[in-house]
Design a binder for this molecule. Sequence first.
Ligand SMILES: [Zn+2]
Length: 567
Amino acid sequence: MSHRITIFDTTLRDGEQSPGCSMNLEEKVRMARQLDALGVDVIEAGFPIASEDDYRAVHAVAREVRRPVIAALARTTRDDIERAWRAIEPAARPRLHTFVATSDLHIQHKLRKTRDEVLDMTVEAVRLARSFTADVEFSAEDATRSDIEFLCRVVAAAVEAGATTINIPDTVGYTVPSEFSRIIRTLQERVTGVRNAVLSVHCHNDLGLAVANSVAAVEAGARQVECTVNGIGERAGNASLEEIVMALYVRRDILPFATGVVTAEIYKSSQLLSSITGMHVQANKAVVGKNAFAHEAGIHQDGVLKERRTYEIMTPESVGIKTNRLVLGKHSGRHALGKKLADLGYPLARPDLDRAYTRFIEIADQKKEIFDEDLIAIVHDGMRDVPEVFRMKSLQASAGTQKPSTATVILEAEGRERVACAVGDGPVAAAYTAIDSITGFRGRLLDYSIRAVSRGRDAIGEVSVHVDFDGRTFTGKAASTDVVDASARAYLHAVNKGLGLARALDAAETPRPLPLAAGRAADRARGELQVAPRAQKQAAETREDEALGGPTRVAGSEGQIRLISLV
Ligand SMILES: [Zn+2]
């Protein structure tokens, strides 16, 4: 008989808080829906006290995703727990997750408390959480570097106070499988009450052992594993969901454990997360990497052709990688596209399908064969999670050994066309400067990446950017056979997200001040356009030519943003 392991997904909380992985509300909801399809048992949707955005996103996930348990994280304070509860209250199955550090290192230096105080905080927090819901999880932060006697006392107190799940995190990715098994066994031996709770583990990957430690803990008696899609998370990341699930599945001969994960949804989940965050997994990443099922060596290819199992311990199909490479071309109709996308796991309804079809035809005009990867890029490119306040009408850029490069951009906003020209070290920098001068946003490019989605010279280039606007980071992405076009539209996507957030905050009549650029953008979005036609020439002249990735400065005093319109 196999034991059921609860898969607790924290992609939207621990994963999301790592650099470059931030998601807005719509993105979190979209990812949560996919996690639901993936069959995870628990979705940790966020840390509601952390920010208004996080609160709203957790609330939205709790309202809209009904099958899994929806968890929210809280420290042990009353404010944290009450805020977390308000965020998940609408969930069909809410869970409060409270935590406090139990290692002396954290207790003394971070919390500046005593062990006894930590015990009291644990009991009070769990009791308070239990007053809201019967599903309460308690985590002993930095458990693997805690004194085991004290860890046992804290766990006993948490169970006694009503915690129904006890989580043992390896917060800094420090433990090794044999030691971690010992900790899990010791807790079960010494804390009798722990039998009434689910024992959980949460491993970080600083030494590359997160998955190994998680599997060892399961063998030692843990029945919940906390993990993230693609292993995203703080520093080197969290234990990767797909690796744990497939390890338990492939080695079910010696690991008598089962999960509720629909393995055929793994690849799609991985792709969706990469697409949302712009953070792609390395080619040799287990289970979901581009090369995970590629057999290059001649002897391996020969073996696989004769009998797949010679070098393949699981099939690509088992994790949802489609090997059927039916190629579409420009004569394929909307119906064929819709069917193909549905086969790939993207059943699109009308407005989205129409948008995808328009992009498909544009790309089919420039590219002979369209591969599955291209179609997925088209779908993600077409998925507009925010209204396109500014839409790209045209872009013309020059590039080459003669410097500077120039770019002329025409954007459409509220039925009006606006034009700007700018110069830069390269065509992308010039295009971004031109976009800035039209939108009034001054973006600082934090990260830019480009990759060929498929093969061949005419491959689609997918660009992902992280752009900082007045201290807030937005991701943007776009795909095109022209990389300058993709770069410009990815940047514009980030701009539109900034505007989307400004509007959402406006609609919520949030009392706190908006970020500068977002606030101004909201003003403009309401039609209070500040037009400074003569500023354009001056801006173009005084703007410095900057390399891609460098800061973008707009002429004028600090914080002063001008809108330039020639049309
Ligand atoms: Zn963590």
